[in-house]
Design a protein around this ligand. Sequence first.
Ligand SMILES: *Cc1c(COP(=O)(O)O)cnc(C)c1O
Length: 394
Amino acid sequence: MPFEPGVPVPDGFVPLCVPEVRGNEWTYIRECLDTNFVSSVGPFVDRFEDTVKEYIGTKYAVATVNGTSALHIALLVSGIKPDDEVLVPTLTFIAPVNAIHYVGAHPVFIDAEPIYCQMDPQKVIDFLEKECNWVKGEMRNTRTGRRVKAILPVHILGHPVDMDPILEAARKYELIVIEDAAESLGSTYKSRKVGHLGDIACLSFNGNKIVTTGGGGMIVTDNKAWASRTKYLTTQAKDDPIEYVHKEIGYNYRLTNLQAAMGCAQMERLDEFINRKRRIADKYIEALEDVVGLVPIKEANWAFGTYWLFTILIHEKYYGANSRSLLKILEKYKIQSRPLWQPMHRSPAYTEAQSYRIDNADILYQDALSLPSSTGLNDSEQEKVIQILRNKRI
Ligand SMILES: *Cc1c(COP(=O)(O)O)cnc(C)c1O
């Protein structure tokens, strides 16, 4: 059975990750309906943007229709041009890679480090130092001759990328840093909030994310010009609101007031959601730590993770079953689990793209399995998951 996280599961199933809608969602959405502010202008859009930007600490926030469109526009406003190259992790959901393609640029796939499964900063540096040349004030990929313009780290599974070495390399080689924080709203890197580490960042409020609006996204940045250009491009690039004059080609990428209303209610509970997910993770870690061949992915000592999707690595040789057979066993007991994404360098959609020294990502793809992590997961459901993992041959 194909599992789509964030959508309701068949009766009796313990879901992988479903939203929790028990706060002011009804009240705020009713307010939209009562006031007729249902579309892409309205007080909740502004309020949602203000709430998120205050939470993350950026100067600006612009809501978008989803996280993928946020990434698309972030690449446009930060000046990524056709034929530029962008370094992106191979171990990611495909959205940021597609966004690179939308602007006519090319991804270069970078490996994951083996502990937290995040983009490996050392390989980013090695690629820039060994595979690129500084030509007339620009970084050029020696193999393709193309300009390397940006790094797009993706904070996966609710844990930050080790950003300082990446930020330092970006400064040194004058590259833009675009964070994909879609999976990691609320996590911090050395006490700094994810989404406020690079030049611009993107969030998603899809149904499976820690805060959801059904579908939605946001761009956060300290760059005033980029923020206003984001607003412009996401609203059809309208230069005159009466005559409908357009000097450029824009997009209809705005979030609706209805969705933003839900987002406002969800944001009120974000810290509670994070606490709950961290407690779920603690319990898994404690219960599974002595199981030979199972390695819970924990947080780094420089990180505060949200444990958006709690994930374990399964070493078949020691555990006696692999991630895919374990998935099937769990499914038999009506428990949803999910592997990570096929790494991008293996994706039939991106066979042409360059990848650089990838070895960990393939192993992680083979070994990882995400376990039920909904904030609403109750103790007996979690206990059931744990018991199956501890006695996998039953
Ligand atoms: C969910 C997600 C996105 C954006 O997804 P949308 O469904 O377009 O909101 C982008 N990047 C990553 C890593 C994601 O997990």
